[in-house]
Ligand binder design. Sequence first.
Ligand code: FAD
Length: 431
Amino acid sequence: MSVRSWGNYPKVEHAAVIPLAWRHEALPKVGGTMLPSGLARSYGDSCLNEGGTLLATRGLDRLIAFDRTTGVLRCEAGMTLGQILALAAPVGWFLPVVPGTSYVTVGGAIANDVHGKNHHLEGTFGAHVRRFELARSDGTRIECAPPTEPALFRATIAGLGLTGLVTWAELRLKRIDSAMFDVETTRMDDLGHFFALTEASAGYEYNVAWVDALAKGKDLGRGLFIRARHSSVAIHPMPEAGARLAMPFDLPAATLNRHSVSLFNALYRARGSRGWQHTHEPYSKYLFPLDGIAHWNRMYGKPGFVQHQSVVPRTDAPLRVRAILEAVAEAGDASFLTVLKVFGDREGAGLLSFPRPGVTLALDLPMRGAATLELLERLDAIVRDAGGAIYPAKDARMSPETFRASFPRWEELERHRDPAFSSSFWRRVTR
Ligand SMILES: Cc1cc2nc3c(=O)[nH]c(=O)nc-3n(C[C@H](O)[C@H](O)[C@H](O)COP(=O)(O)OP(=O)(O)OC[C@H]3O[C@@H](n4cnc5c(N)ncnc54)[C@H](O)[C@@H]3O)c2cc1C
């Protein structure tokens, strides 16, 4: 059975995909290995299990309890972050951490310890998880919380689905006055400007920059800087979330080239001006801009695409980020979704969390075979040299060497791995 991850690369076959419908059910008995699966919003192969079984958790989408006075919410692991926000935001509660799409399950958010545009203040998703239940292949069920099962709790957060199936989780939400955001956007001239704007925006709850990855020379690092706060002005009725447009089929791979991306970049950058532009937006528009176009990943055509998300320590980050952007611009590869952000000082909540103090850069590159893989290898070398890391949730091809340098404690996760659980990613990077 063929299952695609978000990047449509690699394309692998599974022995079976078993839908789970009820959190109290025992795990199925399967011949080979199994791996929990959410909405397959991971880009590469960390959500794939070639030749094995996927446990599809989307049927586990029930709300179990929500205390509106404390903001503590318990739900099954297949509930999506979008579903939680749709019920919590109208009554004044919000998820403290969300990634760039609302189409992510709670199980998936835990397994990658996802981060958002407010990492500098709130840390990662796992920092707001109070407890969860883990179903293991030997039939045991373990309720994990920091005081009772500290090691398994920490291994499961960012544990890439390898420690067992999370059946339900309890999350701590944060209070908000409004589901609207006050957003400020300005043009960014170059990398130096990015760092200056980040410093000047430290007091904002959310900030992120989009970079024109085709710009070179003195323009390298130009783009838009966007910062935001939850608005204090309540709005009723609630703004709608969800996809409004859809990409009906895979576009021919040649549609996305240097010229079309260059045009997109020019149009996108024109949205910003020299000063700060102020807008008042529904949370979904600011936090999940691409959710408005369903299946936008089809834009890359059948070969698919790869994302390279790295983090490098802050000390020589300007140098390293410049080197990565130069390599991409030189290669002429069309990364039209290039995002730059400074992570805060908080360590991740999991054993193998990707976020750490430093600067993170995410690039989307169309998959063009050997040339793309060679370029990515060059980018990895820059990151390794800097003592940084590559994000497994976005990866389809990093070498075992790069993985081990990124996550020196990986063997501790291996010790907590359920022996019946595995993934294409894990086999590739630990071989
Ligand atoms: C447009 C877009 C923007 C994104 N932006 C960000 C971002 O800003 N920050 C960020 O951190 N990530 C980001 N991501 C990546 C995404 O948040 C993660 O890959 C997330 O883990 C996907 O969740 P999922 O439910 O689709 O899980 P899947 O991709 O299906 O699975 C991810 C992992 O979770 C495990 N898993 C799933 N359910 C369970 C369960 N019940 N129990 C145990 N393990 C489980 C799987 O085995 C797998 O290892 C983005 C992705 C997209 C497509």
